[in-house]
Design a protein around this ligand. Structure first.
Ligand SMILES: C[S@@+](CC[C@H](N)C(=O)[O-])C[C@H]1O[C@@H](n2cnc3c(N)ncnc32)[C@H](O)[C@@H]1O
Length: 396
């Protein structure tokens, strides 16, 4: 089992060097040996490995350039423009109003990163990584949104010393303590903006949940932190026998109300505006879901929320939690641990939540009283991992 990653919260412990730690120290000495690098490049059996390590380090150094190339392509709308319609440099230059000599740098960089491809002699089309950008609006919106984070992190040490002084902290009105009970126009605008972004970016997470968990046994689902109701709307089509309840802050549920009416789903959904910091959750659902909510909040709030979820369920009721989780030990978790770095920093810039490992969240669920806590395997854990808990059927 991997260790809890909130080491900051653990008391200092005397260090005992394990065999693994001694082996890691030996590896570090080998890596630092100047002869090893030259020897490994000469040896055909080790060359690929040294090249790969060098390449990984180079990519880390160049990461900012890569994300700026991506952002420039999004802002110039190249992924839509080139979808099914390859174009040459002169055509793209006219359209983007950029001089061919500089535009070409961008196009060649995008080709190098797999976002675009050259087609024939002088035309550019979408590369394998560019196709999803033409198809999923949510990715482009997240790329634009990440610009706020990267601005906040421009000086990483200043950011670490004072993470909440930037655009990201301003963007999320609830992530620093209690949101205002009667928000004014400017604040209301923030709820509208983040709810639109969440709805646009939720598609991949929903796909993971809908293709990994069977909803047939349930009757009524309460989605907590439900946003504008994209999950509920898609689940309503996926499982037509279900009734729904949604719980979120009042300005967000006002947006959900409009959205559900427009989709003709309002009759199947009860809206419960409130704050889980102050209010109990409504009873009556046999499945409660929490999608991309826990990681926004500190441990004390998550513990309180899980307790409220447990209290609101009937005996035998089910709780499903889905969100990006840490791969503290990549050898153990499915997927690529490098995504952890993004989420650690995103959540720090946003407020006082944090990325947790599945094991940490499962321990918190057990603490709240859930039995049979388990992981639901899913195909693409980078979007979200899924945990399930049951409330005991036996009376205390
Ligand atoms: C990151 S968004 C996720 C929304 C949606 N579940 C999704 O995955 O797109 C977190 C949601 O939790 C809601 N939320 C935050 N604090 C809350 C609170 N104290 N009470 C109720 N809802 C809250 C926010 O309004 C927002 O809709």
């Amino acid at each position: 089992m991997s260790q809890p990653i909130d080491w900051a919260a653990l008391a200092a412990r005397p260090t005992k060097l394990s065999i693994k730690a001694l082996w890691q120290a030996q590896l570090e000495r080998w890596y630092a040996h100047p002869g090893l690098y030259r020897w490994s490049l000469r040896n055909p059996l080790t060359r690929w490995w040294t090249r790969r390590r060098t390449r990984q380090l180079f990519d880390l150094m160049a990461g900012f350039v890569h994300s700026q190339v991506l952002l420039a392509c999004v802002r110039l709308d190249l992924f839509h423009v080139l979808h099914h319609a390859p174009a040459n440099l002169a055509e793209l230059s006219r359209r983007t109003q950029l001089a061919p000599s500089v535009l070409q740098r961008l196009l060649l960089s995008a080709v190098a990163l797999g976002l675009l491809e050259t087609r024939g002699q002088d035309r550019y089309g979408l590369g394998p990584l560019g196709v999803p950008l033409a198809q999923h609006e949510g990715i482009a919106q997240m790329i634009e949104h990440n610009h706020l984070l990267y601005q906040d992190m421009q000086d990483p040490l200043q950011f670490l010393a004072n993470a909440w002084h930037g655009g990201m902290a301003q963007y999320w009105p609830y992530a620093h303590g209690k949101p205002s009970a009667s928000p004014q126009a400017e604040e209301l605008d923030k709820f509208t903006r983040y709810s639109a972004l969440m709805a646009a970016s939720q598609g991949f997470v929903l796909q993971e949940i809908l293709s990994s968990y069977l909803f047939g046994e349930h009757r009524c689902v309460l989605d907590v932190g439900a946003g504008r109701g994209r999950f509920v709307s898609e689940l309503a089509l996926h499982a037509p026998h279900l009734q729904f309840k949604m719980f979120d802050l009042p300005p967000v549920l006002a947006l959900a109300d409009e959205n559900l009416r427009a989709k003709g789903l309002r009759e199947r959904v009860q809206l419960h505006p409130g704050s889980f910091l102050d209010d109990p959750l409504p009873a009556g659902a046999d499945l409660i879901t929490l999608v991309r909510v826990a990681h926004d909040h500190p441990d004390a709030v998550v513990r309180q929320l899980l307790q409220k979820v447990h209290d609101a369920l009937p005996p035998g009721g089910t709780f499903l939690l889905a969100e990006p989780m840490a791969h503290a030990d990549p050898a153990e978790g499915a997927g690529d641990a490098s995504a952890d770095a993004y989420f650690h920093f995103y959540l720090l810039a946003m407020g006082d939540g944090r990325l947790r490992t599945p094991q940490e969240l499962m321990a918190m669920m057990k603490e709240a009283g859930f039995m049979h806590v388990e992981r639901v395997p899913n195909a693409m854990p980078i979007h979200a991992q899924i945990l399930l808990g049951r409330k005991n059927k036996c009376l205390p």
